[in-house]
Design a protein around this ligand. Structure first.
Ligand code: ADP
Ligand code: MG
Length: 551
């Protein structure tokens, strides 16, 4: 038996770890399962390249609660450790063995999916346990080792008689952390962090109903058997090739990801890149019918199939945070501040890659099935319009597929619209005037009059429409927008000056005395003429600039 001091420069690192390592104590389970997963994947890799001559089999990771003894066990069938390796990898705190492994097998292990790199992962166990034991047997066949430590820098290490390959971690859960002995709590954590873990995780057993045998009688009960309760899907859709997935696969993965989300997504974008950074994922455009879900079911960030966070601010451009789905990238630095994240070169590249992929997908949907795209427009426009305002590159691409619907549900691209109105809707300064309404009902009579004159009237009702208009005006020369109830309609050059009022001179005079009293002159213009066939005998308009000032 060996006793020794854990090699740290600080006198006692554990109080520090407990306090500062992670504000969230629950992540200890994620760290230990990540280590168990790494240990298993390392063994897989070594057997693949012929360096480990053992039967890899179908290894699983088991999580077990022993409530009577206040213990939590995490057991794997991975690579294991010799006593020397325990000394090296466990006792030298902040020495990341995962990094060393990857360094050594740099080329061959690049895609092995090994997770660890913080170096303090294992010690996060001391946030919830006042004693931790490791019982481990290396695939190399040396005798098993038993390490234990009660949270002081002193540890014990002795030989033990474990016969199966792999590692068992035993946590003696401390007084303040009893919740981690509750089945419901561990279930919740496994479901949160490890729902898509690459190695199967067993948590208890469940009863499975078997098919009835051929000769069973009508009311014989179906036979049952106890099977391992595996809590995870080890190959989620985003880890597969897009060519191997169909529409239904994407939809069912969406349901797997958001079991409480009943609305189907509109379409998906499969992300898959390995240079100059590694990133996979699937993003979904949701149907925006339910505002509440916007907040709740957010994009989830994973690293090697382990959940990290659903706060992707700084990684995904802000306008795309309204999307749903998964991003998995080992190249996003964790445990750093958001401002650091935004300055990180890789993260910047990732963000612009995602923007580009989204624009390309929208573009191809538009080109391949415009009718369908038009139908979805109302659900997707907010994201697209917001993107056009916030990302110049996205704006340039979106110019080709962003749609501008008229009050009669004709959808124009901006180019089409310009072409359509350029002859009929020009003002005295030679600008093309784009007319729009914000509300079909309240602006009904203005719309009617404009249509009567043969103008196209757009229906622009997003909350950010005034910003979008400004953007379009500044990036297109000789284009101005005017709302249908603005007086700029009068500046339009009329083709046929056929404006016959329905009112007699006498009626006009009476009416203007009345209107002068009720309509504030400095704000509105009253025009006692309208097209013969229009519904209203007069119109009240407001200068466009005054209206914009109010917004
Ligand atoms: P990291 O995972 O970032 O390397 P950790 O502190 O989580 O850092 O773990 C330190 C090292 O201890 C690992 O790299 C690995 O070599 C070893 N280790 C931890 N858990 C296991 C395990 N279950 N099986 C085998 N080795 C392990
Ligand atoms: Mg680790």
């Amino acid at each position: 038996m060996t006793t020794g001091n854990i090699n740290v420069s600080v006198e006692n690192i554990f109080p520090l770890i407990k306090k500062f390592l992670y504000s969230d104590h629950e992540i200890f389970l994620r760290e230990l399962i990540s280590n168990a997963t790494d240990a298993t994947l390392k063994l897989k890799h070594l057997t693949n390249i012929g360096e480990a001559k053992v039967d890899y089999g179908n290894p699983i990771i088991e999580v077990k609660i022993d409530k009577d003894n206040n213990r939590l066990h995490i057991i794997d069938q991975g690579i294991g450790m010799t006593a020397d390796e325990v000394k090296k990898y466990i006792n030298e705190v902040a020495f990341s063995g995962a990094e060393e492994f990857l360094e050594k097998y740099k080329d061959s292990a690049k895609d092995s999916g090994i997770i660890g790199h913080f170096g303090l992962g294992f010690y996060s166990a001391f946030m919830v346990a006042d004693k931790v034991e490791i019982i481990t047997k290396s695939f190399k066949g040396e005798s098993a080792a038993h390490w234990s430590c009660d949270g002081s820098p002193q540890y014990n290490l002795e030989a033990t008689d474990k016969t199966e390959r792999g590692t068992e971690i035993i946590l003696h859960i401390n007084e303040d952390s009893k919740e981690f002995l509750e089945e419901s709590k561990i279930s919740e954590l496994l479901n949160k962090y490890n729902k898509f873990n690459a190695i199967p995780i067993k948590f208890g057993t469940r009863t499975e109903t078997l098919p009835k045998p051929e000769d069973a009688k009508e009311d014989d009960p179906a036979p049952t058997q106890k099977v391992d309760n595996i809590i995870n899907n080890t190959d989620p859709a985003w880890t597969k090739q897009p060519a191997d997935l169909n529409d239904e696969d994407y939809k069912s993965f969406y349901r797997e990801l958001y079991p409480m989300q009943f609305e189907e997504p509109l379409f998906n974008i499969h992300l898959n890149v390995d240079y100059p950074f590694n990133l996979t994922g699937i993003l979904y455009f949701p149907k925006l019918t339910n505002e509440v879900n916007l907040q709740k079911d957010r994009i989830q960030l994973y690293q090697n199939q382990v959940f990290v966070t659903d706060n992707v601010e700084g990684i995904v451009p802000e306008f795309l945070t309204m999307l749903k789905g998964v991003i998995d990238s080992p190249d996003i630095p964790l445990n750093v501040s958001r401002s650091y994240l935004q300055a990180d070169g890789n993260v910047k590249k990732i963000s612009s890659y995602i923007t580009r992929k989204v624009a390309d997908k929208l573009s191809s949907l538009f080109n391949s099935n415009r009718e369908d795209f038009e139908q979805k427009w109302n659900d997707i426009k907010i994201v697209i319009e917001y993107g056009m305002l916030s990302e110049e590159k996205f704006f340039d691409k979106a110019q080709k597929f962003a749609l501008y619907p008229t009050v009669d549900n004709t959808y124009f691209t901006f180019e089409e619209l310009k072409e359509k109105v350029k002859d009929n809707q020009t003002d005295k300064d030679g600008n093309t005037v784009v007319l729009y309404a914000g509300n079909k009902d309240t602006q009904h009579s203005y719309i009617a009059e404009a249509k009567e004159r043969g103008y196209e009237v757009l229906l622009l009702d997003s909350p950010i429409v005034s910003h979008l208009i400004q953007k379009l005006e500044t990036s297109n020369e000789k284009i101005t927008f005017a709302r249908v109830d603005a007086d700029s309609l009068d500046n339009l050059i009329k083709k046929d000056e056929e404006k016959i009022s329905k009112l007699s001179d006498e009626e006009k005079e009476k009416l203007s005395t009345v209107l002068e009293e009720v309509v504030p002159k400095e704000k509105y213009t009253v025009k006692l003429e309208a097209l013969d066939s229009a519904a209203s005998p007069f119109v009240i308009t407001q200068p466009e600039f005054m209206r914009r000032m109010k917004e």
